[in-house]
Design a protein. Structure first.
Length: 189
């Protein structure tokens, strides 16, 4: 078989290109682009994925070697003790109620009377102190009061708010606000 001369190869290439026309040239360009894309993007991504799989394997091995030691997570008993340590002791209750009354006075709300109920449940480590306060004032004053109590008394939870207005033209609202202050009750039985 005779080898084709470079001149005849060029002639064959020109003839095939002229037969392809513009559609064939676009297709060939897309093939070249796809090969370049695969070499520049997909192959490095596959290498990175393989590296990440190896890293996951190493981390799993290290995790197995650590086991159930205290370094992985604090013991459950410590977490519970930290939770209960957040709550103030029931002996400090007058100070916290004083903060609620101070917040009301700061927002121009007068507290004429209120209902106070200390609730201890058997075998519970927290004591609930319910404070129900009737107040009268503008919506902004009542809202400011509620926000300040939630900020200044971290163990207080807003349990209920009832707002009432005598008529549309009356600027003042009558409100009944119920707070529950959670206290640590250990040692005060």
């Amino acid at each position: 078989m005779e080898s084709l001369a470079p001149a005849s190869l060029r002639w064959i290439a020109r003839r095939e290109v002229s037969r392809l026309q513009w559609r064939g040239l676009v297709g060939a360009a897309l093939i070249v682009f796809a090969i370049g894309f695969a070499l520049s993007t997909l192959l490095p991504a596959q290498r990175r994925a393989a590296e990440l799989k190896d890293e996951i394997g190493e981390l799993r091995t290290r995790l197995r070697s650590v086991g159930d030691s205290a370094a992985v997570a604090p013991p459950r008993a410590t977490q519970i003790e930290n939770f209960y340590a957040f709550f103030p002791h029931v002996d400090t209750l007058p100070d916290w109620i004083g903060r609620i009354h101070t917040a009301a006075a700061r927002h121009g709300l007068t507290l004429e009377s209120g209902d106070y109920l200390l609730e201890r449940r058997k075998d519970a480590r927290l004591v609930q102190y319910q404070v129900t306060l009737p107040v009268r004032g503008s919506y902004g004053d009542i809202r400011g009061f509620v926000a300040e109590v939630l900020e200044k008394v971290p163990a207080a939870a807003l349990d209920d708010v009832v707002l009432k207005r005598e008529s549309i033209g009356t600027p003042a609202l009558e409100a009944r606000i119920r707070w529950v202050v959670y206290m640590s009750g250990e040692g005060a039985r």
